[in-house]
Design a protein around this ligand. Sequence first.
Ligand code: SF4
Length: 380
Amino acid sequence: MARIPLPAFHTPPHPEVLSVRLAPLLLHWFDANKRPFPWRKDRDPYRIWVSEVMLQQTVAATVIPFFERFLERFPNVESLALAQVDEVLHHWQGLGYYRRARLLHQAAQKLVSLGHKTLPDDSGLVRELPGLGRYSTNAILSQAYGRQLPILEANTFRLLARLFGLLDDPRSKSSEVWLWEAADALVPGDRPGDFNQALMELGSQICLKDSPTCLVCPAQGSCVANLCGLQSKIPNSPPKAPATAVSEVAVSIVDEQNRWLVVRRPPEGRWGLMWEFPRVEINPGEAIMGAIQRAALGLAGLSLVNLKKATRIQYAVTRFKVNLQLWTAGMAFPQEKVVLSFHSESAWVNPGEFALLAAPTPQRRLMGWIREKYSPDRPG
Ligand code: SF4
């Protein structure tokens, strides 16, 4: 593993040796600086589990209101396991990455079927649950049960790479193996959960990607990147690929009773089991009418009349930057039945009922536009 050639006065720290020095410093810093998150109020394994799942891909400040609402409705494993997946998705609405919610629900059902009332102190079993990998399992069990288990996630990748002067791409397989070993050697027997949280907190608040504030960092005296002035060179990650532009069209089809067609996505894949207006990607060079036809006739088996361009929104999802047009239309043959080719279910709903559906954020924006424009009680 390539590491920085250090000045003669400094020997690269071995993780285990560094742990002795670092653990008290980090724990002291964490006690004084930790943010008062609701999932830090106690060591309830279920609450910590929900928070860890929500915190995958989402920053803490965004998670807080979702966490509180979710825990109010699903206060324990059993209540989550017994709920319908629709309701779980509805409470996840706006947080994104909905697969997390579906897997959390499945994991709760599996636990209940095995007779557990909460997440048990059993790393083998926890690691086998849907949606829980090595990082999540270790983060939860170290916090909830004081297990001496290491963690490695986006912030700690960066922090540890700088701490040990790792010159290689920290995401390469060999670096990842080395960093897991380093994290394992670092985590102390005393308060391992707090130590892991301190690493994450330090990575997210102090050891920032572009401007680490080393002057206030409790690890500054042991950090190779700081001692060598190489914070801007580590981590040595390859540049991110630019976002790919995508054009989509969705069509809102209305019947004579002001009910709008919504379709439900299949369980697997992005936005699984969530509701949307029929929507397709516009192929390069494809005429908009052709794409609308694919959305209506291809996905729902309906022929359209009175096509009108309604609105346009932009949204970002994973590495895509999407430009989405919404068109409204009536049905050419009012008695025509919906025949789905991709979606799992369809429904005709009034604008006032859109809020009852679990729908991804871009679709909720489109539904909001339709509701605003076509609600019968809309002012004048
Ligand atoms: S001293 Fe600076 S680079 Fe090193 S861990 Fe702290 S904030 Fe990061």
